[in-house]
Write a protein that binds this ligand. Structure first.
Ligand code: NAP
Length: 252
């Protein structure tokens, strides 16, 4: 029996990487999936991958940093499915890799607008719907870079720290309303975002892996499996939690 039959999930950033793997993982467990992102071809591709698995999905083009678009996306979801059981807020960008004094102001604004304001906007409208239903689970994708300082990625790091703080605050506010809200902090995961880091820094995969206690780059499914588990009834007593999934890096 698939545990999420009849359940509806929204995955932002669902057109690639962690968001795509998470969309597929929810579909395999029987959920109806709304795949959201800015680039139509990418989200439609994920939708088709779910269709090929025999699952049900729709793709919604939306920029999570624009309030009106997030509001409209939520309206479309409720019109179509009548509810939203789970949300995984994975949309994000890496921002410019540079020391703090060399980061352009517009890059600061864009990184914060997508990575932090975007998560807040999504939660704002997701929580409103979940309050109406009397239940829901949200998982926000932060990063191990949000747990401390990151040279050459100060703004990205700050945005991901903010996601942890938003998650914990909202978890406390809505725990008594049967809405659970957790954050996942991935380490290095093999996605287009990490490929960009390899390309821009010249750091090789083997050098990266040598720094990871488990000695491998993570697979997007390592994150997707944890997100679906956090949404499941097996995790029903977990809220405000910050789950680190990094092959042991943060344990040092
Ligand atoms: P990715 O493949 O680049 O995925 C990011 C997705 O977010 C893309 O599909 C992108 O598609 C979407 N997106 C970006 N800006 C958006 C916006 N304004 N509105 C809607 N969608 C937007 O990278 P990923 O590694 O899977 O990243 C997923 C999440 O994991 C991010 O939050 C990232 O910070 C986090 N993370 C990744 C790693 C890693 O090593 N890969 C580690 C820690 C945390 P469009 O541009 O087409 O919208």
């Amino acid at each position: 029996m698939k545990p999420f039959v009849g359940r509806v999930v929204l995955v932002t950033g669902g057109g690639s990487g962690i968001g795509r793997a998470t969309s597929l993982a929810f579909a395999k467990k029987g959920a109806k999936v709304i795949v959201a992102g800015r680039t139509r071809e990418k989200i439609v591709e994920t939708q088709e991958m779910i269709g090929n698995l025999g699952g049900e999905a729709i793709a919604i083009q939306a920029d999570v940093s624009v309030g009106e678009q997030v509001k409209k996306m939520m309206r479309t979801i409720v019109d179509r499915f009548g509810r939203l059981d789970f949300a995984c807020n994975a949309a994000g960008i890496g921002g410019k890799l540079a020391p703090t004094a060399d980061i352009p102001e517009d890059d600061f604004d864009l990184t914060l607008a997508i990575n932090l304001k975007g998560v807040w906007l999504c939660m704002k409208y997701q929580i409103r719907q979940m309050l109406k239903q009397g239940s829901g689970v949200i998982v926000n994708i932060s990063s191990i870079n949000g747990l401390g300082g990151t040279p050459n990625a100060a703004v990205y790091s700050a945005s991901k720290s903010g996601v942890i703080s938003l998650t914990q605050s909202a978890a406390l506010e809505y725990a008594h309303s049967n809405i659970r809200i957790n954050a996942v902090c991935p380490g290095a995961i093999r996605t287009p975002m990490l490929e960009r880091v390899f390309n821009e820094t010249g750091i090789t995969q083997s050098r990266y892996e040598s720094q990871i206690p488990i000695k491998r780059i993570g697979d997007p499914n390592d994150i997707a499996n944890s997100v679906t588990w956090l949404c499941s009834d097996e995790a029903s007593y977990i809220t405000g939690h910050v789950m680190v999934i990094d092959g042991g890096v943060a344990a040092r």
